[in-house]
Design a protein around this ligand. Structure first.
Ligand SMILES: O=C(O)[C@@H](CO)OP(=O)(O)O
Ligand SMILES: [Mn+2]
Ligand SMILES: [Mn+2]
Length: 543
């Protein structure tokens, strides 16, 4: 990509940075009542910023971020993809639906390899998140794959069911597992044998991300592959037992389980089997894919590594080619802002804590891992805590802030981006007292950062990738249920120009969304945005 530097006469800044983009993960603009955790928290900084003349809100869900419909909440992947690439791409959720509808999934090489394994007597295993959350997976897509197996006379299928409770109701596992068990029983005719073999809550089993806690993957491997874990007669029995034993437990934190019959696991993964990881989103799919695929794997002891054909529903990392085989082509996200700025020689700094580190690097760069230009970029990760986030809602926000301040005072970066994980990670726990502290933590860090951006004579942009903390519960007949998922709410978009080099005005883009931010950053850094980008939200009216 070639970058075009323009001067203020053309309506672009002559100002030379730093531009600091602050992403408050999970901060939407909510209903401004007692269930809105952003509203009820004490946030003097955010409150005053929301009154600024350049402040607006952006769409961060549904079609505005490439999801199938406007009933789909936003999420970090699609949000950061849109922020970092300046355009809306049809995302995994949509691409898989389309590939299933046209039958393209079943015409590819990966599917025929799987069928080959089944014909040769192997079992087909489907591992993934069983819910209709549509952030990492959709149960309808699993059903379509299972039905195709039955149509093609696959004799033996095993599902390894990860329980959600994070993108859907916190205790909704049986709403998905009971119908799935029924479906599998229905398909188990004419010599077919389909069942759930293992599973567990997604935060305990298999779906770790960004190397935060590989034990999660090890528990998953043990349950799915080796058949080791707490034993039950069925998945629904496991869930019901966990509910009975601990009234406070929610689905995402359920211990791994193994379904057994006469004391033996019903579906370990063996040589000659086929395995599909049926999540479409990558961050929490990469580690388990590595455990299946890598020859020299030393992160935990796999005990045995069966010789299987492993495929992802998508490829989760295009650069590192993880996994090698996949059923649906991922979105081809090109011309990212990082590529553009690197081509222009702009130095940058990206930072978050482990839980969101890949969000400002891998998702930001269109699901590519690694640097675009190591000479121009610094990526920094602050290690996340391993305690439940509602027990330490301040997380690593202060440490991230410290490091950005160091960068602002002594670093060379012209473009700085950071993600505060608090409001999202604590929002997912649904604990109001903790959410309040998370929001207030971010507000305090925001104050410190803005002071420093002012000192540096830079521009601060404050926004979010989607909502979460802005809705803490739903209420029916006076009974409150924690709302742990993301919301459909818009997110704030705030610009504070301390450079005094520009006079900024809104461009009045209609229906503005996250995809408009990249062009805005270009303009603020003095570059003409790539022509493919969605238009800038701000224009420079005079110097
Ligand atoms: O935790 C996650 O994986 C998702 C919710 O499923 O959250 P986010 O998109 O904010 O990363
Ligand atoms: Mn997020
Ligand atoms: Mn989230």
């Amino acid at each position: 990509m070639t970058a075009l530097r323009l001067n203020s006469l053309d309506g672009y800044s002559r100002f030379d940075g730093p531009v600091v983009l602050i992403i408050m993960d999970g901060v939407g603009v909510g209903s401004h009542d007692e269930r809105d955790g952003v509203y009820v928290a004490n946030t003097p900084m955010l409150d005053s910023l929301m009154q600024e003349p350049l402040t607006m809100t952006l769409n961060a869900h549904g079609k505005a971020v490439g999801l199938p419909s406007d009933d789909d909440m936003g999420n970090s992947e699609v949000g950061h993809n849109a922020l970092g690439a300046g355009r809306v791409f049809a995302q995994g959720a949509r691409l898989v639906n389309e590939a299933l509808a046209t039958g393209e999934v079943f015409r590819g090489k990966a599917w025929s390899e799987l069928m080959g394994r089944a014909e040769a007597g192997g079992t087909l295993h489907f591992i993934g998140l069983v819910s209709d959350g549509n952030v990492h997976s959709h149960i309808k897509q699993l059903y379509a794959l299972l039905e195709a197996c039955a149509d093609q006379e696959v004799k033996r299928v095993r599902v390894h069911a990860l329980l959600d409770g994070r993108d859907v109701g916190p205790k909704s596992a049986l709403d998905f597992i009971l119908p799935l068990e029924e479906k599998l029983a229905e398909l188990s005719q004419e010599g077919r044998d389909y069942r759930i073999a293992s599973g567990g809550g997604r935060m305990i089993t298999t779906m770790d991300r960004y190397n935060a806690n590989w034990d999660v993957v090890r528990y998953g491997w043990n349950a799915h592959v080796l058949g080791k874990g707490r034993q039950f007669g069925s998945a629904s029995e496991a869930i019901q037992t966990y509910y009975n034993e601990d009234a406070a437990i929610t689905d995402q934190y359920m211990e791994s389980f193994v379904v057994v019959e006469e004391g033996a696991p019903v579906g370990t993964i063996e040589d000659g089997d086929g395995v599909v990881f049926f999540n479409f989103r990558g961050d929490r799919a990469i580690e388990i894919s590595r455990a299946f695929e890598e020859d020299d794997f030393a992160i935990f002891d796999r005990v045995t590594r069966p010789n299987v054909f492993y495929a992802g529903l998508m490829q989760y990392d295009g650069d590192a080619q993880i996994p090698k085989n996949y059923l649906v082509e991922p979105p081809a996200i090109d011309k990212t802002l990082s590529e553009y700025l690197c081509a222009a020689g702009v130095t940058s700094y990206a930072i978050s804590e482990t839980q969101k580190f890949g969000h400002v690097t891998y998702f930001w760069n269109g699901n590519r891992s690694g640097y675009i230009d190591k000479d121009l970029e610094i990526y920094e990760e602050v290690g996340s805590d391993l305690v439940p986030f509602n027990e330490r809602p301040w997380m690593k926000a202060a440490e991230i802030t410290d490091k950005v301040i160091t960068q602002l005072r002594g670093g060379k970066a012209k473009f700085i981006r950071l993600n505060f994980a608090n409001c999202d990670m604590v929002g997912h726990t649904g604990v109001p007292e903790a959410i309040r502290i998370a929001v207030e933590t971010v507000d305090m860090c925001l104050s410190r950062l803005l002071k420093e951006v002012e000192r540096a004579g830079g521009v601060a942009i404050v926004t979010a990738d989607h909502g979460n903390a802005d809705c803490m519960w739903t209420e029916k007949k006076g009974k409150r249920t924690p709302m742990v998922a993301h919301t459909l709410n818009p997110v704030p978009f705030i610009v504070k120009d301390f450079s005094k080099a520009n006079v900024l005005a809104k461009t009045g883009v209609e229906g503005a969304g996250l995809a408009n931010v990249a062009a805005t950053i270009c303009v603020l850094l003095g570059f003409a945005p790539p022509k493919e980008y969605e238009p800038s939200l701000l224009a420079i009216s005079k110097n």
